[in-house]
Design a protein around this ligand. Structure first.
Ligand code: C5P
Ligand code: ZN
Length: 474
C-alpha cells in the first residue's frame, strides 16, 4: 500500500491543478479535507466537489468539463470501468466492481494478482485489507497525504474522524487493522486521544438524561425514548442532573458515578433477556481531539462525525469541509443548524416507518419510504430500524425512497455482522440485482445502496430475495 500511495502522491504533487471529487458523507468530507489540506500545503491549486453518487451521468459531465488532475476520494472503485481515459487517481475503500477483483477479495491469496485499468488507485480491498472495517476512504486518502509530506501526519485526526463516521469502530467498539495504525499516528502527533468509556452517543455535548433517552445502539430497555424514565433512573442512582442551573454532562461524572450507571444499565438489559453481546456494546474505545474545546461536539469523534454526516445529507458537504479545515464560526453554526434539522427529520421518518410497518419477506425485510423519507436519509433510517430491537435482526433490511432529484427509486440495504459472517454481501447484491432491472448499485458487504427505475421495484426485490437466499446458509 505504501508503494502505491507513494505513486499517487507523486502524481498529485506533479499536477498543476487538482480537482477533488468526493463522496458526500462524513468519510467523504474528511477524505476531501485531507486531500485539500495536503495539496494546499504543497502550494497547489485545488477545487473540491461533493457528490452523492458517481453515476454515468456525472462521469459524462466530468468528461465534458474543464479540470486538472481528478482525485476521486471515498468513491470511484465501483465505476473504474467508466473512468477509463480520464486523467485521475482514486483513493477509496468501496468494493471494486470488476469481477476478477471481487474474486480477489474472497480468495485473498489472489488479491495481488488482479489486473485492471491503468488508473492509479489505492483501495484496501486490493491488499487483503477489509475496506468496511479496517480502512476508510479518509484513511486511504491519508496514506497518500502522508507520502506527500510527513508533516501531514497531523491529518490522521481527520482519518480517525472519517473511519468513525463510517462506523468502522462500532462493531467491536474500537478501530482495528490499518485504522489502528492511523490512530497511533494521531496519538503520536498529539491530535487524537483514546480511552475507554460509554459508547453511547452524546456523552460530550448532551445532558445525561438525553444520552439515555436517545440511545439506539444498544437500545436501553425501558429507557430509550422515555424521557421521564431516564430522569428517574438517574435520580435513583444519585446522579446530580444539574449544577448551577446547567445540565450535567457524562464526561464530567466521576468514575464511580459512571460505573453505577453502566452497571445499572447492564442489569436492566440482562433482566430483559438481552444478549451479553448487546450489553458489551455499552462500553467502547472513544476518540477525542484535544485541540478542540471540551464539552463541544467537535471534541469527540462520534459527535463530530455525526455533525459532518448531517452536512452531507443535505447537500452541504462544503460546510463540513470548512469545519474540518478549521472554521469555528459561521460554518460551524450552519453545520449545527443542519444537524438539529436532521435529527427532527429522522424522528419523523422513524415515526413514518412505524406507521406503515416493516414487511417481512422470505429472506429479508422491507419498507418503502415513498416521498416521505428523503433519499439522502433512507439508509440511516434503515440502519436505525434494523438496530432498533423492534424488528428481526436475523433478516437484512432493504428500504426504498423516491429520489427527489432523479426520476427513480433510491435503494438502501443494511445487514449485521452476524449475517456477513454467514456469507451476506450486500454490495454484490445491490450491484447485480440493480443491473438486472436497469439500475446501478454497490457499496459494502454490510451496507450498500442502489438506484433503480420506477416500476421495477417488485422485480428487483425478487432478485434480491433469491440472491440473499443463495448467499446465506439458511
Ligand atoms: O446510500 P446508502 O447509505 O444506502 O449506501 C450504503 C453504502 O453503499 C455507502 O457507503 C455508499 O457509498 C455505498 N454505495 C455505493 N454505490 C451505490 C450506492 C451506495 O458504493 N450505487
Ligand atoms: Zn467511506
Amino acid at each position: 500500500m505504501k508503494k502505491k500511495a507513494g505513486e499517487i502522491a507523486e502524481k498529485v504533487l506533479s499536477a498543476e491543478e487538482v480537482q477533488i471529487i468526493s463522496h458526500i458523507d462524513a468519510d467523504g468530507i474528511t477524505s476531501a479535507s485531507i486531500a485539500y489540506r495536503a495539496l494546499e500545503r504543497a502550494g497547489e491549486a485545488v477545487e473540491v466537489e461533493f457528490i452523492k453518487q458517481l453515476d454515468e451521468a456525472k462521469i459524462e459531465e466530468i468528461r465534458d468539463g474543464d479540470h486538472g488532475l481528478l482525485w476521486f476520494t471515498d468513491l470511484g472503485s465501483g465505476q473504474i470501468n467508466s473512468l477509463k481515459g480520464l486523467d485521475c487517481v482514486i483513493t477509496d475503500h468501496h468494493e471494486p466492481v470488476n469481477r476478477e477483483e471481487k474474486l480477489g477479495i474472497k480468495e485473498r491469496e489472489n488479491i495481488l494478482n488482479y489486473s485492471t485499468s491503468e488508473i492509479l488507485k489505492l483501495n484496501p480491498h486490493h491488499h487483503g485489507i477489509n475496506g468496511a472495517k479496517e480502512l476508510s476512504g479518509s484513511g486511504t486518502t491519508y496514506l497518500v497525504a502522508k507520502q506527500m509530506d510527513r508533516k501531514n501526519k497531523d491529518l490522521s485526526k481527520l482519518a480517525v474522524l472519517g473511519a468513525v463516521g463510517d462506523l468502522q469502530a462500532s462493531e467491536g467498539g474500537r478501530l482495528i487493522g490499518k485504522n489502528r495504525e492511523i490512530l497511533q499516528d494521531g496519538v503520536e502527533e498529539g491530535v487524537v486521544e483514546k480511552r475507554t468509556d460509554a459508547s453511547l452517543y452524546g456523552i460530550e455535548s448532551r445532558p445525561i438524561p438525553k444520552v439515555l433517552e436517545y440511545a439506539s445502539d444498544p437500545i436501553l430497555p425501558g429507557l430509550s425514548g422515555q424521557e421521564s424514565a431516564c430522569v428517574n433512573f438517574l435520580v435513583e442512582n444519585d446522579i446530580q442532573l444539574k449544577e448551577n442551573g446547567r445540565w450535567n454532562r457524562w464526561y464530567l461524572l466521576s468514575k464511580e458515578e459512571k460505573r453505577k450507571i453502566l452497571s445499572g444499565l447492564a442489569k436492566r438489559m440482562l433482566n430483559q433477556g438481552f444478549p451479553v453481546r448487546n450489553v458489551k456494546r455499552l462500553i467502547g474505545e472513544i476518540y477525542e481531539f484535544p485541540e478542540e474545546e471540551r464539552g463541544t461536539m467537535l471534541h469527540q469523534a462520534k459527535e463530530f462525525s455525526t455533525l459532518l454526516n448531517s452536512c452531507g445529507r443535505y447537500g452541504e458537504g462544503k460546510i463540513g469541509l470548512k469545519v474540518c479545515l478549521g472554521d469555528r464560526d459561521e460554518y460551524l453554526k450552519k453545520a449545527k443548524d443542519l444537524l438539529e434539522g436532521h435529527q427532527k427529520i429522522l424522528v419523523d421518518c422513524l415515526d413514518y416507518v412505524e406507521s406503515i410497518g416493516v414487511e417481512e419477506r422470505d429472506h429479508f425485510q422491507f419498507f418503502h419510504g415513498q416521498d416521505r423519507i428523503p433519499d439522502t436519509v433512507v439508509g440511516t433510517v434503515a440502519g436505525m430500524v434494523l438496530s432498533s430491537g423492534d424488528v428481526d435482526k436475523k433478516l437484512p433490511i432493504v428500504a426504498f425512497a423516491r429520489s427527489d432529484e432523479r426520476d427513480g427509486i433510491k435503494v438502501s440495504s443494511r445487514g449485521t455482522k452476524q449475517l456477513v459472517d454467514k456469507g451476506l454481501d450486500l454490495s454484490v447484491i445491490m450491484d447485480e440485482c440493480s443491473k438486472e432491472v436497469g439500475g446501478e448499485g454497490g457499496g459494502h458487504d454490510v451496507a450498500a445502496g442502489a438506484f433503480i427505475p420506477h416500476g421495477k421495484e417488485e422485480e428487483f426485490l425478487e432478485e434480491v430475495g433469491d440472491m440473499i437466499d443463495s448467499q446465506l446458509d439458511w
